[in-house]
Design a protein around this ligand. Sequence first.
Ligand code: UTP
Length: 289
Amino acid sequence: MEITKVVIPVAGWGTRSLPATKNIPKEMLPIYKKPTVQYVVEEAQSSGLTDVVFINNQNKKIIEDHFDYNLALESVLERAGKTEILKEVREVAEMVNIISVRQKVQLGLGHAVLCAKEVVKNDNFAVMVGDDLMFGSEPGIKQLIDVAKAENMPVIGVMEVPRSKVNRYGIIAGEEYAPGLFKVRNMVEKPPVSEAPSNLAVIGRYVLTPEIFEHLETTAAGVGGEIQLTDALQKLAKNDRLLAVKIRGRRFDAGDWVDYLTANIYFALHDESLRDDLVLKLQELLSCR
Ligand code: UTP
């Protein structure tokens, strides 16, 4: 099973992040020195994925532009002898191939994935949510690709969440057949805390086979009036065609303000040139609460 394509849906309205996202895509809000979506594309690239299919809308074209050359800027940097940042700026344009597909109406994550059907064709493919960041010793999506290749099955990424927060996620019920590997039996979107079958939450990483498109085409709007990817995955689970991997690493949901701010601090703390000053400022802030 060769996997080179990754679908990254970025067409949502980002209402949780307003007013910041009135005119700036949520996926372009910077986390430390880079836009959020660049971390997602870097994870894809380091997992061997070469073709990025952005599912986009007409107001968010700057996402594609970020992964293209900016010749005017590059010549300014060249003339100014700013070679290091010039190299960095150019490298972003050379990371992956970009294919862009319009989602004309934002009908949900499942519908966004369905928009990729004509581009994905009969290939197996990855899906990475454009505002979900994952960091660890091994790229998150690579952990799924390895299992999908070994088992020749669709695989979804899950992480444990506190019981009190299960109502914010898709939650799975499954059998752990090897450490951190599950056969998924059931999935529920945003269940009440008392009804959740586990605390294993579906997070924004998937490796899918084209069979998902048939299921998406017959999926009616679910929770929140949206076509939910979870509902189509549930059909795979019912046919014994779905595995889950407990992803090892740290996750930030950039659409959640606490996670977004924490991610900024996390990266800044990893920059030696900022770390000491930042720690002092944080201590100062904490002491004058
Ligand atoms: P979210 O539900 O987090 O994004 O979807 P949203 O709808 O933009 O945000 P809120 O809830 O209103 O704040 C996860 C990802 O899927 C994309 C979003 O752009 C985001 O990156 N998405 C969502 C689509 O591409 N199309 C959709 O119809 C919905």
